[in-house]
Design a binder for this molecule. Structure first.
Ligand code: NAD
Length: 370
């Protein structure tokens, strides 16, 4: 069996707490022989600023480049709030995504039956929900130049961010969405704002062309991003694969997050282009941030992080059976009533981060008959 090199970057706040639970699952997979890993640890974000004076050292970047996959916890926190913009913790994560060319961000929003009542919407609207948001991650307004704040003669200031997309950037993310749709229900919705943005006009044109030339078997619908936000809370189950740009993807995936009950439930994958060997750079991380309000208290839900490992098994290593086992164990732990604070109903008993990790491990062991 191949041994996969995993770089673990726990980061800040609750990052190390949820990463510790993933390490239990990684250890278990190795022990049972389902997968074999060589794990290394590194710093990113605030912890890297403390250790190396910058949010991502060149050495950590080189190790990330050499790894088969990267698992990241979360970055940021009030401790580093006053720091220069280019040195803030988030800059480390942005550099990782940009330098490794991780242009495709996959964010599944799944509503587990046991959690349908934890959603902000009525049970019938979300029960069985399974959306895959495909967000473009290395272009658009977060990276476009100019990006600056300049002083004006009257003493006020002017801030500029630039939304920019090229045909190639849109084509490659469209391919990712259509390919995924073929493995799911065969439907893609593409969200932009072609009514007011030139990037939206080009986005729609390119997605339409890629669809017509390569994916006639997939159903394509265009939706304006603002209407998409409304539809996500009105009738979310109408969507299957939803492809959109960096900024709209950031916002729409957080809307989808609340449909599932908690940010603590959502994993994500960030993928690069497939290389000549058929492999691709990949980083897996929960959608949530470092949650400084609950850090160090044992309240964090580790499911988004453990779900990110399951995505890693599936998308980087082709270990579908192991991924199914991990996802199944999460479903069963929830069905058995295991709840961290963020997903508990009023009055329901809650367990800690480590206890949730242990509950998932127990379900894994039961599933393997250990
Ligand atoms: P956040 O996701 O950290 O927290 C939002 C809310 O969700 C908080 O109430 C938090 O307690 C709760 N929450 C988040 N994850 C949870 C979990 N696993 N279990 C239980 N509850 C959970 O977002 P924020 O408060 O806006 O940001 C805090 C810091 O995280 C900021 O510095 C921000 O820049 C950073 N951030 C980092 C990332 C990342 O690393 N990818 C993403 C978003 C925010």
């Amino acid at each position: 069996m191949s041994t996969y090199k995993l770089l673990l970057l726990p980061g800040d706040g609750i990052g190390p707490e949820v990463m510790a639970e993933v390490e239990k699952v990684v250890g278990w997979l190795g022990k049972t022989g389902l997968a074999s890993f060589e794990t290394e640890h590194g710093h990113v974000g605030g912890s890297a600023i403390d250790a190396h004076g910058k949010p991502l050292s060149d050495e950590t970047l080189a190790r990330a480049d050499a790894a088969d996959a990267i698992l990241l916890g979360a970055v940021g926190g009030p401790k580093w709030n006053g720091i220069a913009y280019d040195l803030r913790p988030e800059a480390g994560l942005l550099r990782l995504r940009k330098d490794l060319g991780l242009f495709a961000n996959l964010r599944p929003a799944i509503c587990y039956p046991a959690l349908a009542d934890a959603s902000a919407l009525k049970r019938e609207l979300v029960e069985g929900l399974d959306i895959m948001i495909v967000r473009e991650l290395t272009g658009g307004v977060y990276f476009g130049e100019p990006k600056e704040i300049t002083a004006l003669p009257d003493g006020s200031k002017r801030a500029v961010d630039t939304q920019v997309y090229t045909t190639g950037e849109i084509e490659r993310i469209a391919h990712v969405a259509f390919d995924l749709a073929r493995k799911r229900s065969g439907r893609v919705a593409s969200a932009e704002k072609n009514n007011v943005m030139k990037t939206g006009v080009l986005w729609k044109e390119v997605v339409t062309k890629v669809h017509a030339e390569h994916y006639a078997d997939v159903e394509l619908e265009h939706v304006l991003a603002d209407n998409c936000a409304m539809q996500l809370v009105r009738r979310p189950k109408q969507f299957d694969v939803l492809v959109t740009d960096n900024l709209f993807g950031d916002v729409l995936s957080d809307v989808a997050a609340m449909l599932t009950g908690s940010l603590g439930m959502l994993p994500s994958a960030s993928l690069g282009a497939v290389d000549a060997r058929g492999t691709r750079k990949a980083l897996y991380e929960p959608v949530h941030g470092s949650a400084p309000d609950i850090a160090g208290k044992g309240f964090a839900n580790p499911i988004a992080m453990i779900g990110s490992l399951a995505m890693c098994l599936r998308y980087s290593f082709g270990l579908g059976e192991a991924a199914d086992l991990v996802e199944g164990a999460i479903t069963k732990a929830l069905a058995s009533g295991a709840r961290t604070r963020d997903i508990a109903a009023e009055g329901q008993e809650t367990i800690s981060t480590a206890q949730m990790g242990d509950a998932i491990l127990r379900e894994l062991e039961t599933a393997r008959g250990v």
